[in-house]
Design a protein around this ligand. Structure first.
Ligand code: MN
Length: 486
């Protein structure tokens, strides 16, 4: 199914048919030109002049599965009382592009006819008022529509809206419950389905073992070839790697049969399995599946969503865990990893398959991918259940090449500087209640996560280079009151 966005342009009858024809042909031209550079087609739908036209197009947007969102713009003045009924009904993501057909004011050509035709400065303000009056969640992007920066922001918003549609139909497969006694990985699955659309359900580990036993040698051979093409083998223990392939094939088969795009498991429930899935989970994440360890289905779902929101629908976003710090003045870093399961989409080089003992879980030595994370600006994101509402916490970070080789560390690792600095950033994160599990992403921006949270109707907390503990405490205090009133 081709997915697309709809372009709805506001006007009115006041200016006569000639102006309306001009608006329509320009809107069509803009949609075609933008479609060529945006990640999804932008389809011009209508030059809206009446309440009935707007209501009709918004109703159609809601029920057309191809439509991921609606982008509006007012070429001329467009009285906004006629937008009320349609906007009230609209359930799809909504972006108001405040732009203008012409870039420059033409010195000789400009007269009152030109002014009436090109008065988006007027029309877009009227349009903005009614959305504000309706308290309608929407994205406002202002600037010349051919400007590269404007197009990049539109592209990012489109990918966010794609992440919204994906979230609303996401199914998560749980193997086993959450790790015993852990609080932050728990959550209200009913609330999550109401707010975010996720269908989170459980399947027995015994069933997974049954499916593993039906995997053939030929299937494992084929997956081993894939491993060889993507990774270096730093082990001679081929049988151990083949066991991971068997696990991967079985998990993937069960997820695909149930339409699931994310899964969680726990080392405390591996009944009948010889190894904790390591390489298996990592290679599934590389294919775009979400994953969360210790039964953390929230981070698993967020990983799958953020992968979809990234570049080409499978960006560099990984399940991550804050492990330990380097607290030396001038070199203060966080070291993130997991006991096995870090997605190779964030690797700086070609990952190696290694086999090492695993201290917990009481199973055989598992195969896993070992690598260093790449350098660059990134974010870490955590979704927590505050009881009655969900809070999405996002922190800006800068990833560095790990400052130590750490030759005896048998897992993939990423090292970063938290904003605004390690200690303040940590104090802010802990104050907000952020988890040790996160999604670390190099190509989904904090702005995208803010927009996603706004569309979903959940709280968003952003820790940036400018955040102080005091300002954050005040924000959280006011948020608590505001969210109780909603
Ligand atoms: Mn963990």
């Amino acid at each position: 199914m081709r997915q697309e966005f709809w372009f709805v342009v506001g006007s009115q009858f006041l200016y006569g048919p000639e102006v309306l024809d001009t608006v329509a042909s320009r809107a069509e031209e803009m949609a075609a030109e933008l479609s060529a550079v945006l990640p999804f087609p932008l389809v011009y739908k209508v030059t809206a002049k009446t309440n009935a036209e707007i209501t009709e197009v918004m109703k159609a947007a809601n029920y057309d599965d191809r439509c991921l969102g609606v982008i509006t713009w007012c070429h001329t003045f467009s009285p906004s009382k006629m937008w009320i009924n349609g906007l009230e009904l609209l359930e799809k993501p909504y972006c108001h592009l405040a732009t203008q057909y012409n870039m420059e004011i033409p010195n000789e050509e400009i007269d009152m006819d030109f002014m009436n035709l090109n008065q988006a400065a007027h029309g877009d303000r009227e349009h903005g008022f009614i959305a504000a009056r309706l308290r309608k969640p929407r994205k406002v992007i202002a600037g010349y529509w051919r400007d590269e920066h404007v197009q990049q922001r539109l592209a990012a918003w489109m990918r966010t809206a794609y992440g919204v549609a994906f979230s609303r139909s996401l199914r998560v497969m749980r193997f086993g419950d959450n790790m015993r006694e852990v609080a932050v990985t728990e959550g209200d699955k009913v609330e999550v389905q109401i707010r975010l659309g996720w269908q989170v359900n459980t399947w027995p580990v015994g069933k997974l073992v049954d499916v593993m036993n039906t995997v053939t040698d030929e299937e494992i051979d084929a997956l081993m070839e894939e491993y060889r093409s993507s990774y270096d083998f730093a082990t001679n223990d081929i049988e151990t790697v083949r066991y991971q392939a068997r696990e991967e094939i079985a998990i993937k088969r069960m997820m695909d049969e149930e339409g699931c795009s994310a899964f969680s498991n726990t080392f405390q429930d591996l009944y009948g399995m010889k190894q904790l899935p390591g390489l298996a989970s990592q290679h599934l994440m590389a294919q775009g599946y979400g994953y969360g360890g210790e039964g953390d289905w929230k981070v698993s779902a967020m990983t799958a969503i953020m992968k979809r929101m990234g570049e080409d629908g499978n960006g560099a976003s990984a399940f991550m865990e804050d492990y330990t710090y380097n607290l030396v003045a001038g070199a203060k870093y966080s070291l993130g990893a997991h006991m096995l399961e870090v997605c190779p989409s964030v690797a700086a080089g070609r990952p190696r398959i290694e086999v090492h003992p695993l201290g917990i879980g009481d199973r055989e030595d598992p195969a896993r991918l070992v690598f260093e994370g790449k350098e660059g600006d990134a974010i870490v994101v955590s979704l927590v259940d505050m009881g009655g509402r969900l809070r999405l916490i996002c922190q800006d970070i800068h990833c560095v090449k790990p400052i130590l080789p750490m030759p005896n560390l048998p897992v993939a690792r990423v090292m970063w500087q938290a904003m605004p600095d390690l200690e303040t950033g940590l104090e802010c994160w802990i104050t907000a209640g952020g988890a040790h599990h996160t999604v670390l992403s190099y190509d989904v921006s904090a702005e995208q996560m803010k927009d996603w949270a706004a569309i979903m109707g959940i709280e968003f907390v952003h820790i940036t280079k400018d955040t102080t503990v005091e300002s954050l405490e005040k924000e959280l205090f006011l948020n608590d009151i505001a969210w109780k009133l909603r």
